[in-house]
Design a protein around this ligand. Structure first.
Ligand code: SF4
Length: 304
């Protein structure tokens, strides 16, 4: 079994298309270089219930991130690229270890900048008996080519739709093109994955959970995000599972960008009520108590 894959010499894996020569060991805008880095691999119990179930989601956190949001709760790994260098063979074994621990699925967190390595590892792991659904947990900032290359490897997308306003996405993620890119990406993943399919145990086997994290002081933009989700749902009812999240916590550089507090109960209620008014009723919302730092896993190289 070959594990060969091509390390980009002019990287265009994500919409930044920064052109880093990763084959020569250079790091790109996302912080990723020429050797795969993983920060944590463990069962995770705080995703949506149809992902975490009773035994947990087999979650693998990859180092680096194309988006670099100023409030990232995982900023030690996304922005500071914390992690350990591993081979694709080791990553395949990590997937198999999570399956042996009883994981309902394998949950790849921010995998886009490592796509060639991960596809090679998934291929190896499948040949060695991995048969769990594979989840791609993404900020929604993906190229059409990247989504095409994931076809046949990803069963479930946990995708964000973060912003509509170009000014807001420029401020928070230095990505004024965020909405244009994410809209196209989400339409591509819905076309690729199809409608949600559940197993007899109620666990999601296939489909798209579309998440929105409501930000303090920016619920007007949340309403525009929900307008877009509702437009997709109206055109094809039940095509996605909406998930409206209240867990925003002002990590990292959030205060410098005017979001240095948690969302209020009033703000979150208004966002949820707007979603209900728009017909986005069969999905998930969080208890406000989710906005606590203990829901953020410690990044200590567990399982790596
Ligand atoms: S994945 Fe990283 S290195 Fe590749 S284009 Fe995007 S930012 Fe640059």
């Amino acid at each position: 079994m070959s594990t060969s894959f091509v390390i980009p010499s002019r990287c265009t894996l994500c919409p930044r298309r920064c052109g880093a020569d990763r084959a020569a060991g250079r790091t790109g805008y996302c912080g990723a270089g020429g050797t795969l880095k993983v920060a944590r691999a463990a069962l995770h119990f705080w995703e949506e219930p149809c992902i975490s179930g009773t035994r947990g989601s087999g979650t693998v956190f990859f180092s680096g991130c194309a988006l670099q949001c100023c409030y990232c709760q995982n900023y030690p790994i996304s922005a500071q690229c914390f992690g350990k260098e591993v081979t694709v063979e080791r990553l395949a074994q990590i997937f198999l270890d999570l399956q042996a621990q009883g994981a309902h699925n394998i949950n790849l967190v921010t995998p886009g900048q490592w796509q060639p390595w991960i596809i090679a590892a998934l291929t190896l792991a499948r040949d060695a008996g991995l048969d769990l659904p594979i989840v791609c947990n993404t900020g929604g900032y993906e190229t059409p080519d990247s989504i095409r290359r994931w076809q046949g490897f990803i069963d479930i997308w946990l995708a964000d739709l973060k912003y509509v306003s170009p000014a807001l996405s420029a401020e928070m993620s230095a990505a004024p093109d965020y909405f244009a890119v994410a809209k196209q990406a989400i339409e591509a993943i819905m076309a690729q994955t199809g409608r949600p399919v559940y197993g007899p145990d109620g666990m999601l086997r296939r489909g798209v959970i579309l998440r929105h994290l409501a930000l303090p002081g920016h619920i007007d933009d949340s309403f525009r995000v929900l307008d877009q989700m509702a437009a997709w749902n109206d055109a094809d009812p039940g095509c996605l599972v909406p998930s409206i999240m209240s867990q925003y916590t002002p990590f990292y550089k959030a205060a410098e960008h005017g979001i240095g507090r948690r969302i209020t109960t009033y703000e979150y209620r208004r966002v949820v009520n707007y979603a209900v008014d728009k017909g986005l009723t069969s999905g998930f919302m969080q208890q406000k108590s989710s906005a606590r730092e203990e829901y953020t896993p410690a990044f200590d190289l567990t399982g790596v």
